[in-house]
Design a protein around this ligand. Structure first.
Ligand SMILES: NC(=O)c1ccc[n+]([C@@H]2O[C@H](COP(=O)([O-])OP(=O)(O)OC[C@H]3O[C@@H](n4cnc5c(N)ncnc54)[C@H](O)[C@@H]3O)[C@@H](O)[C@H]2O)c1
Length: 442
């Protein structure tokens, strides 16, 4: 008991006086912003990533994450507050470790925990008394307790809550967003024990504006999945509304705007060409996978997933119909896709529905090109495509323009003037153009 209190108190003191050494495992979209936030708060932070290019970029004082300015990385690296390495052995000197590695799906649709497993195995080698470890990667409830805990305790005969502290804290970063960032978005934290929650909370409170402690790792893990499942299901619902409105000949965008005038009990979601990004299309499937093992079918998730993954095909159907009206088959038609990032104003292509839309159009024999100011090259499936150099010129030479991602820098008035036909999956052209015969909306 005395050891427990001492270890906890000593670590808390080190965290409060910033002498604790911080390591971030995984310097991606989540890890680099977190490393920067801790470094800005006065900690000495080491980012550890097997990707040498990322490590070298940080060491040069540059940034590869759009939301993190290069000058900020440069300043922190020059000041000695931030460094990076591919070597895990530095973990030996670390007091506080946050794990921000990817959690994708396998081709079979099952969770791929291989990155969490390899990061935990590396960390386990260098575990020592007086450490706090926080898992940030989105995963199914039970991962921290069932996977991390035994690995981290086993090697050096440590005990969580006694001589080290283990917690889960889901990342909520929304890339490209300026108002809510890693710094000011409230952070949920749940530990393996009460002391684990306490220590992890103290650590994060030193750098983040609001920390929300909860009673267990499972609550924190499940809270993240509730957030993402909520979004996925509501997007699925509004996508199905779009399909139903299409059959009924009703303008879904007008319907949504009308419903959104209700000041309570309604939250506006908008339809689109499908789900994208690392989180919303994937994370709820971690939950449904876990529940399948418990003989339960997560029906809302499965249904929403089915509707959302069907949206690129629905969009291609709209393109086909629109070309048909112009007396053209899809085969051999020149189709220009605008925006391939999974959402506006970012350079992230992961799970982007544009990839499915382009793939389906190619399958049908269309001559597809694309433009995206954030994504100059598209090597998906060895396509070897490059963003067209002159947008308006390309728009003039095409049979159909498809707005998949509504980047804010596009001049939609000019696009509309130049294009013979536009399929607008995001209502980027707005309701003023509702009756324009050149435009087909979702
Ligand atoms: N990107 C987002 O918007 C977002 C938002 C909320 C939550 N998340 C979750 O955060 C986690 C990380 O996502 P991300 O977008 O930062 O991924 P990412 O792919 O951008 O970055 C992950 C980094 O981890 C590194 N890595 C791989 N194996 C490693 C290992 N064994 N040890 C150390 N580093 C390793 C990779 O090289 C990569 O640089 C995921 O679970 C994701 O679901 C992401």
């Amino acid at each position: 008991m005395i050891e427990q209190n001492n270890t906890k108190e000593i670590l808390i003191e080190k965290l409060q006086n910033r002498s604790a050494r911080v390591a971030i495992l995984g310097l991606g979209y989540v890890g680099l912003p977190l490393a920067v936030v801790f470094a800005e708060a006065g900690f000495k932070v080491t980012g550890i990533d097997p990707d040498r290019r990322k490590v070298d970029t940080v060491l040069r004082g540059e940034s590869y994450i759009q939301d993190i300015p290069g000058e900020q990385v440069k300043r922190l690296v020059s000041a000695g507050s931030l460094t990076a390495t591919t070597s895990f052995s530095v973990l030996e000197e670390m007091d506080a470790v946050s794990i921000c590695v990817p959690t994708p799906l396998r081709k079979t649709g099952d969770p791929d925990l291989s990155y969490i497993l390899s990061a935990t195995d590396e960390l386990a080698k260098f575990m020592h008394s007086g450490m706090v470890v926080v898992l940030e990667s989105t995963t199914y409830p039970g991962t921290t307790r069932e996977i991390l805990l035994p690995k981290l305790e086993e090697k050096h005969n440590l005990q969580a809550g006694k001589n080290f502290f283990l917690a889960f804290s889901p990342e909520r970063v929304d890339p490209g967003r300026q108002d809510w960032t890693t710094l000011n978005t409230p952070k949920v934290i749940g530990g393996i024990t009460r002391d684990c929650t306490d220590v992890a909370t103290v650590w994060y409170q030193q750098a983040l504006q609001a920390v929300v402690p909860v009673s267990s790792t499972e609550v924190a893990e499940m809270a993240k999945l509730l957030e993402n499942t909520f979004r996925m299901i509501n997007i699925g619902l509004v996508n199905e509304m779009a399909i139903m409105c299409d059959r009924l000949g009703v303008d879904v965008w007008e319907v949504i705007d009308a419903a959104a005038t209700k000041p309570f009990g309604f939250m506006k979601f908008t339809p689109g060409p499908g789900l994208g990004g690392h989180c919303i299309p994937i994370d709820p499937l971690y939950l449904s996978w876990k529940l399948r093992a418990l003989n339960y079918t997560a029906r809302f998730i499965e249904l929403a997933s089915e509707i959302n993954t069907g949206m690129p095909r629905h969009v291609v159907g709209k393109i086909q119909d629109a070309l048909n009206e112009d007396g053209k088959p899809i085969k051999g038609s020149r189709i220009l896709v605008l925006g391939v990032a999974y959402k506006p104003d970012i350079d992230d292509l992961r799970e982007s529905p544009a990839l499915d839309v382009i793939g389906l159009l190619k399958q049908k024999g269309a001559i597809v090109s694309y433009h995206d100011p954030f994504i100059p090259r598209l090597n998906h499936e060895d396509w070897g495509m490059e963003s067209v150099p002159d947008l308006i010129d390309a728009v003039r030479q095409t049979d159909c323009v498809v707005i998949v991602t509504n980047h804010s820098q596009y001049d939609y008035t000019r696009l509309l003037e130049a294009a013979p036909l536009i399929v607008d999956t995001r209502n980027a052209l707005g309701k003023a153009q509702r009756d324009n015969p050149k435009i087909v909306r979702l």
